[in-house]
Design a protein around this ligand. Structure first.
Ligand code: ATP
Length: 328
């Protein structure tokens, strides 16, 4: 019979993403609803090691559902990767009477949570928070939808200037290992080509496609490139290469960078965060542990943390085909 849970700790860890605050709010309010205490842990696992805790009641999370970033702050903690660090963190949790954890973050955060669970038999639930959408067991991670909307809005603006000057723009978006942002925002913003880590378009095909689009009467073009694309050149080298081979093109580069992580979360991310927070706390109260809550076929589900970390998210091949057809 698992120990009855009376106090839940919540933290955000790794890269921040829009919707993390809405998830914190949901965890805090679900605890209040079930008459259990909730403790906010600052700066992820590092704050756990240092005992940087704060009691959180239902009213302490007023007016954060619409805020980007994380009110609990985030951090990357090297010390938590050591058994000594994790022991210190466990001592602080025991001292504060915390008997379960909700960790909001990406696969590194889940790895830390899983190791902690195995070492101390401490109940842990994960909520996926990262804009890259690269976590197995959920169709959407917190922040992904907001990031897509941000990227589309910016590309729309870039298109205005691209078409005024007959220019070709290379827009680099986040995604070192996953092209979900590039592919979806690229289709949404009407990009002519999309380069992603999962596919190697090849330099020749890129040139061919740009030539074709010029010949078909397009006056400007947008190519969306994920950070980790496989073409073998960075975005500035790619600009030089294209200008050397297609002198008729005047190429500009725009690297969107960290702005993709910020901003007020979309309605979708707020609703998702609220649903995942409820499920995380209620699953802990049912005695479940070592799972990630996620969204599959619009149903909130549980996936073992180990699978969430090790499973591979696939790019939707049909979307690649749609993108090809749209650039005709
Ligand atoms: P993002 O996807 O935004 O990078 P993430 O959760 O993957 O988010 P990481 O920096 O990889 O971000 O991990 C967050 C924290 O989780 C680390 O700083 C560390 O404290 C903890 N962590 C990661 N890997 C391990 C590990 N192998 N053992 C213990 N703790 C870990």
């Amino acid at each position: 019979m698992p120990k009855k849970i009376k106090k839940v700790g919540v933290l955000t860890s790794g890269g921040d993403s829009p919707g993390m605050n809405a998830a914190i709010r949901s965890v805090v309010r679900t605890c209040a609803y079930h008459n259990i205490e909730c403790i906010g842990i600052y700066r992820g696992y590092q704050g756990m090691i240092e005992g940087d805790f704060k009691e959180m009641g239902a009213r302490s999370v007023n007016n954060i559902v619409n805020k980007g970033g994380t009110v609990l702050k985030s951090a990357r903690s090297l010390e938590f990767k050591t058994p000594e660090g994790r022991k210190k963190a466990h001592d602080h949790l025991v001292k504060a009477g915390i008997d379960a954890l909700v960790v909001i973050g990406g696969d590194g955060t889940f790895t830390g949570g899983m190791i902690f669970n195995a070492e101390f038999d401490f109940p842990v639930m994960g909520i996926p928070g990262t804009i890259d959408n690269d976590i197995f067991g959920t169709s959407h991670t917190l922040g992904y939808d907001t990031a897509l909307n941000t990227v589309v809005e910016v590309i729309d603006k870039i298109r205005d200037t691209a078409s005024s000057h007959n220019r070709l723009f290379f827009v680099e978006v986040m995604g070192r290992d996953a092209g979900h942002i590039a592919l979806n925002a690229g289709i949404g913003a009407g990009a002519e080509e999309i380069l992603i880590p999962e596919e190697n378009l090849g330099l020749d095909r890129l040139l061919e496609s740009l030539q074709k689009s010029k010949a078909s009467g397009k006056s400007s073009s947008i190519v969306v490139i994920a950070e980790g694309d496989k073409i073998g050149k960075n975005v500035f080298e790619l600009k030089d290469y294209v200008e050397a081979n297609l002198p008729e093109y005047d190429v500009r580069v725009s690297v969107l960078g960290h702005m993709q992580r910020g901003g007020s979360p979309s309605c979708f991310d707020r609703v998702l965060a609220s649903r995942l927070g409820v499920k995380a706390v209620e699953s802990l109260l049912e005695g479940k542990s070592n799972y990630m809550v996620g969204l599959q076929n619009d149903t909130v589900t549980l996936t073992p943390l180990e699978q969430a970390i090790k499973g591979k998210t696939e790019i939707d091949r049909e979307l690649l085909r749609v993108s090809d057809i749209m650039s005709t």
